[in-house]
Design a protein around this ligand. Structure first.
Ligand code: 5GP
Ligand code: ZN
Length: 112
């Protein structure tokens, strides 16, 4: 059992505003939003990063992640961004794979 903060959210040991839960994934509001709508989408299983070798051989998980993106962003008619930060240069701070889903304002490109 992992002690990481997102595993604790999955186990409902710490509160979060949960928006979607399926067999393999959970989506909840980011505690420190950087856009009007800032959702975190995670595997419920502790997968430490996007570089984990089990990801390419986890078809149900990857299908549920993309299905969740489609459901969660269906109303984001003006567009949205999906981000995975990896490593120090990208500002990764939680060692449990998470996708940021950002919408509700214009998002600069290229990012800072
Ligand atoms: P990273 O910087 O690793 O890409 O993103 C981690 C994200 O997790 C940050 O946007 C941060 O605000 C969010 N976060 C960290 N701890 C918690 C928490 O306990 N609850 C929620 N809802 N979000 C968290
Ligand atoms: Zn975890």
């Amino acid at each position: 059992m992992s002690d990481c903060v997102f595993c604790r959210i999955v186990r409902k040991e710490i509160p979060a505003q949960i928006l979607l839960e399926t067999e393999e994934v959970l989506a909840f509001k980011d505690i420190n939003p950087v856009a009007p709508r800032h959702i975190l989408l995670i595997p419920k299983k502790h997968i430490s990063s996007v570089m984990d070798p089990q990801l390419p051989t986890s078809p149900q998980l990857t299908a549920e992640l993309f299905s969740a993106i489609q459901q969660l962003m269906a109303e984001a008619k003006d567009g949205f961004r999906v981000v995975i930060n990896r490593g120090a240069h990208a500002g990764e701070s939680v060692p449990h794979l998470h996708l940021h889903l950002l919408s509700g304002r214009e998002l600069a490109w290229p990012p800072g």
